[in-house]
Design a protein around this ligand. Structure first.
Ligand code: 3HC
Length: 302
């Protein structure tokens, strides 16, 4: 029995999942869940977003198949078809979330919007349904507070590109039950990921280290102590990082980087690691959001 008095069930198996948000992360989560055998519904506000999500998934699966089924294109096509068959799309979030084992959101990083979504869903979803957020920087407990199922609410944080990145952070907020945490951990492993256990602290483990590092690279450049290109080459060849910090910031999205650092600097204004960057603010204000908008620290061909 949890603090709220509701009986907590034992660890269960997740087979039916609703993913809310058809962006890069949501599409990736839908893909890896379906590839692991789950029945997946991907939800977003309109059909054109969902069509794009399906295209992203298809493109990613084609890249996977090119390597995995190099000798047998027919088996590759069957593999893709099988996975795509397990993914359906829906623009009606309420209908899609009624009777599933897990609802995971990967929508805009806005606390109010996430709270509103889960508040609505809490009223219609089965009491057995676990809720999870893929937030990169917001406190899980603050989102969960909008519901009456704090014990059945946890963080499941994936990394971009989801199909390739091997890690998932499983976040246990103060009221997350052990059964929920164990169920989410088991699900992460079923998706073929390595899981790490996180407390509900800013940035969990990866982003708490990664985002200050990215910001420090921007500050180094702002001070004129190195070119973007040299800093990127330095970290790739000197530290064996797959991407340099400017390439990675563009890949993650400069709006996302800004959102995270602004939120943390509000929490801890005196922490020099969380200091916002004038250059990053400028780029975001100009709509230069990184790869997705065609320009960030670098320019990209559409
Ligand atoms: N789906 C399937 N396959 C993909 C893919 C995708 N989305 N993206 C790349 N691949 C495949 C390619 O087809 C290629 O396959 P091949 O070896 O058969 O040719 C292989 O992966 C390598 O891709 P590329 O040659 O295009 O490029 P790289 O070798 O540079 O690899 C990368 C790309 C895996 C993205 C690598 O650069 C990398 O690991 N970068 C760092 C990513 C990272 O740090 N992510 C975490 C960001 S933080 C985050 O997400 C948290 C959030 O909260 C902010």
């Amino acid at each position: 029995v949890c603090r709220c008095g509701i009986a907590t069930s034992a660890m269960k198996q997740i087979n039916k999942v609703t993913v809310i948000g058809g962006g890069q992360m949501g599409a990736g989560i839908a893909q890896v869940a379906a590839a692991a055998g789950d029945q997946v519904t991907l939800v977003d506000v309109n059909d054109s977003v969902l069509q794009n999500s399906e295209k992203t998934i298809l493109k990613s699966l084609e890249r996977v198949v090119k390597k995995k089924y190099a000798e047998s294109p027919e088996a590759g096509s069957a593999y893709i078809e099988d996975i795509m068959d397990r993914i359906s799309t829906n623009t009606d979030v309420m209908a899609a979330s009624k009777d599933v084992d897990l609802v995971i959101e990967a929508i805009v990083e806005n606390l109010g919007v996430k709270q509103e979504l889960f508040k609505k869903l809490d009223g219609i979803a089965s009491s057995n349904t676990i809720f999870a957020s893929n937030t990169s920087s917001l406190p899980i407990r603050e989102i969960a507070k909008a519901t009456n199922r704090l014990d059945r609410f946890g963080g499941v944080h994936f990394f971009n590109p989801v199909p390739l990145m091997k890690l998932v952070e499983i976040v246990k907020a103060p009221e997350t039950s052990q059964a929920t945490f164990d169920t989410l951990t088991k699900w992460g492993k079923k998706l073929g990921k390595t899981t790490v256990s996180c407390q509900d602290t800013p940035g969990f483990l990866v982003n708490r280290l990664l985002v200050p590092y990215l910001m420090e690279a921007v500050r180094l450049y702002e001070r004129g102590h190195g070119s973007k290109e040299d800093i990127d080459v330095a970290m790739k060849l000197g530290a064996s990082y797959p991407m340099g910090p400017f390439e990675l910031a563009d890949y993650v999205g400069l709006d996302t980087c800004k959102f995270i650092i602004d939120g943390w600097s509000e929490l801890e204004p005196d922490n020099p690691l969380f200091k916002p960057s004038p250059l990053l603010n400028e780029l975001v204000a100009e709509g230069k959001l990184g790869r997705k908008s065609g320009e960030g620290f670098y320019t990209y061909k559409k």
